[in-house]
Design a protein around this ligand. Structure first.
Ligand SMILES: Cc1cc2nc3c(=O)[nH]c(=O)nc-3n(C[C@H](O)[C@H](O)[C@H](O)COP(=O)(O)O)c2cc1C
Length: 334
């Protein structure tokens, strides 16, 4: 029997915070989450910082719907990374993910993120040091881009991650120099899989729809996928992929009915999700934060929904949270 694909919500700094993880995982479809990256220099962070990035540490490292959350660390020095990983685990983290892909100039200038892709030895040292530092039952995973400027280094880097003892490797199929320019080069994943056979590879980049998911699965041969920006334009993307997979399985089992992938009155459901998101972000931080974050999500939704585009154009200049909330509510009532 075919195993069901494992779906990961991508870490996205300034986007996939506690509130968004909580809301999205409550809708189903997601198997694992990762926190936004926590930058590590030479110090051990205080516990409050771990809790700021990962409030789920207080609830067994799981969202309220029971989905595991790994803590992501980013940095260039193995020992401080290991020290912070140990602390995260002492505080309850179910897994540690190491970021080798962040393209931000400030991060790269301070020897973190994608700049490490230039040296597979450094990647090996960091992953193996963290791996040895935390208990064996705690997964240590890594996330890379294809390279800094040369995609072919992904082969050595992936091998280094495997040899260092990581539990899985996520590959965002672009170089740092590619930024977010489409397309994602999924064709590198089969080449990586030829060399890296003992750990699973998670395919990441440019899955914005069920058809992108199907193509990515065909092209990579993976059974693990990470999705980030796709949820901004379609908050139900994970559920749609799950429905597709269920329909596929039903067909394979000669069932007569296939399951529908469509969510009825999608815009109404989306705008209700926006309202819940606004309210929870208000409770979590404040109304101004909620206004900014909800605008950010609406801008994403506007990429594929005309209703969202109209609402976003109308609402984007509103700064007062009460006025913003009132306009959001009115959009649901029409
Ligand atoms: C706004 C933003 C913030 C991101 N922050 C992180 C991060 O904190 N850690 C990380 O590993 N990747 C981060 N990424 C990269 C994503 O996890 C993902 O690899 C990338 O967006 C490609 O996947 P997608 O096409 O499904 O969005 C970020 C991406 C975006 C757009």
């Amino acid at each position: 029997m075919k195993t069901s694909p494992i779906l990961y919500l991508a870490p996205m700094e300034g986007v996939t915070d506690y509130v968004l993880r909580d809301l999205l995982t409550s809708q189903g479809g997601i198997d694992f989450c990762t926190t936004e990256f926590m930058r590590v220099t030479d110090k051990l962070h205080p516990n409050a910082i771990f809790l700021r990035y990962c409030p789920e540490l207080l609830t067994g490292s799981k969202t309220r719907s029971g989905i595991p959350v790994y803590v992501q660390l980013l940095g260039g020095q193995a020992l401080p990374l290991a020290e912070n990983a140990i602390r995260a685990v002492e505080m309850g983290a179910m897994g540690i993910d190491l970021n080798f892909g962040c393209p931000a100039k400030t991060v790269n200038r301070h020897d973190g993120g994608a700049t490490l892709l230039k040296s597979c030895d450094r990647i090996f040292t960091i992953v193996s040091t963290v791996r040895k530092a935390v208990p064996a039952h705690i997964p240590v995973t890594a996330k890379i881009r294809l390279g800094f400027d040369d995609p072919s280094v992904c082969l050595d880097n992936a091998k280094a991650v495997e040899e260092a003892g990581a539990s899985h490797l996520t590959v965002h199929c672009r170089t740092k120099m590619d930024g977010y320019k489409p397309p994602a080069h999924w064709n590198w994943i089969p080449k990586i899989k030829e060399q890296v056979k003992s750990i699973p590879i998670v395919a990441n980049g440019d899955i914005f729809s069920v058809s992108d998911f199907i193509r990515c699965r065909q092209e990579t041969g993976c059974d693990r996928f990470m999705i980030g920006r796709g949820i901004m334009s379609d908050p139900f993307l994970f559920n749609k992929i799950r429905s597709h997979l269920a329909a596929e399985e039903a067909l394979e089992n000669y069932a007569t009915e296939s399951l529908a992938c469509d969510i009825e009155n999608e815009w109404r459901v989306s705008s209700e999700v926006m309202q819940t998101f606004f309210d929870r972000s208000t409770d979590y931080v404040n109304g101004y934060f909620a206004t900014a974050r909800t605008k950010q999500w609406l801008r994403g939704l506007a990429l594929r929904s005309n209703e969202a585009k109209v609402l976003f154009n109308d609402i984007k200049v509103i700064k007062n949270p009460d006025d913003f909330r009132a306009r959001l509510t009115a959009s649901i009532l029409v």
